[in-house]
Ligand binder design. Structure first.
Ligand SMILES: Cc1cc2nc3c(=O)[nH]c(=O)nc-3n(C[C@H](O)[C@H](O)[C@H](O)COP(=O)(O)OP(=O)(O)OC[C@H]3O[C@@H](n4cnc5c(N)ncnc54)[C@H](O)[C@@H]3O)c2cc1C
Length: 288
């Protein structure tokens, strides 16, 4: 088990890692790509740049800096996070990763476009966490909204508990291999049925299907999804963090765009530094 497990190797994750590594700790980073930074064409508002760099170049510099200090970096998509009594265990598509403490630095969840009315039905038939809520739907018929590996992970969590799982792709291509027991519904969704409580979906062709619940698993798991699975508290939909960016789960931190603040590299690096230093302090105080 590593000392610090960091999910995401963007500016926030790398920054947290640099502090951990320089404190002589064993640091494991897991990320699926270079995140938001890779999309930035030209960076010229970050400290210390002699001339503008592309986001991809800056990401590469940061990754190499962490590697040079001894970081372990895995390229993998994480679908689950839990505390097993000893430490944090992140499940990826390619393996599991463990750390005595964990920093979530998975960036902003820009891609999750909710369906109209979905937010109001949260907790009333719409769930974002299969491992948390599957039990409430035992022997019932549920839908999973999504198309990829994360949706597959959530469907697999549900299959042993519920009566049936239908994958709602909302017209998008399926990008993971789902078991035959999951029915694939490819039609585009026009809206959700139910007043205040989810009762099913209406498709653009006018047809309707009734479900007891719907699990949202679009794109890949973000910090909100992972924090829910790890049991962290939210207040009005926002992850509860203290001044050190620690969640309500001791030893679980969040930093960078995923905390919902100003979406800038300087801020992500700053939050990563605070969370990284707090993670070191936590390990020392708990002699872990
Ligand atoms: C087009 C564009 C231009 C920008 N221009 C600027 C600019 O000029 N100046 C500026 O300061 N900021 C700019 N930004 C914002 C800046 O890129 C972000 O604020 C910064 O990258 C946030 O860092 P982060 O580490 O929090 O998240 P990210 O950089 O988004 O990194 C997130 C990391 O988490 C990983 N991850 C996410 N989900 C998972 C998962 N399920 N499993 C495993 N890994 C996962 C990703 O692969 C990635 O490694 C721009 C952003 C965009 C999109």
């Amino acid at each position: 088990m590593s000392d610090i497990l960091i999910l995401g190797y963007g500016p926030a994750g790398i920054s947290a890692a640099l502090y951990g590594l320089r404190a002589g700790l064993d640091v494991q980073l897991v990320g699926k790509d270079a995140g938001a930074l890779a999309k930035a064409h030209k960076i010229e508002n970050y400290f210390g740049l002699k001339e503008p760099l592309s986001g991809a170049e800056l990401a590469e510099v940061g990754k190499n800096q962490a590697l040079a200090l001894g970081a372990k970096i895995a390229d993998d998509e994480v679908t689950d996070l839990m505390f097993d009594g000893q430490g944090f265990v992140a499940t990826g598509l390619g393996g599991t990763y463990q750390g005595k403490v964990c920093v979530m630095a998975t960036g902003a969840a820009r891609k999750k476009q909710p369906l109209p009315g979905m937010a109001e039905m949260e907790g009333h038939g719409v769930s974002y966490c299969a491992v948390c809520d599957a039990f409430f739907y035992r022997k019932k018929n549920v839908a999973v909204l999504g198309t990829g590996e994360y949706a597959l992970h959530e469907a697999n969590e549900l299959l042993s508990v519920v009566n049936s799982v239908t994958l709602l792709t909302n017209g998008a291509d399926v990008t993971a291999k789902f078991p035959e027991s999951v029915r694939i519904e490819p039609r585009k969704i026009a809206g959700l049925k139910g007043a205040g409580k989810f009762e099913g979906v209406q498709f653009e062709d006018g047809a309707e299907t009734t479900f007891d619940g719907m699990f949202v698993a679009m794109g890949s798991a973000n910090a909100t999804d992972l924090a829910l699975k790890a049991g962290a508290a939210f207040d009005a939909g926002k992850l509860v963090l203290d001044k050190d960016f620690q969640t309500t789960v001791p030893g679980l931190f969040a930093a960078g765009d995923c905390t919902g603040g100003t979406l800038q590299i300087a801020v992500a690096v700053g939050e990563g530094a605070v969370a990284g230093l707090a993670a070191i302090k936590y390990l020392r105080e708990h002699k872990a």
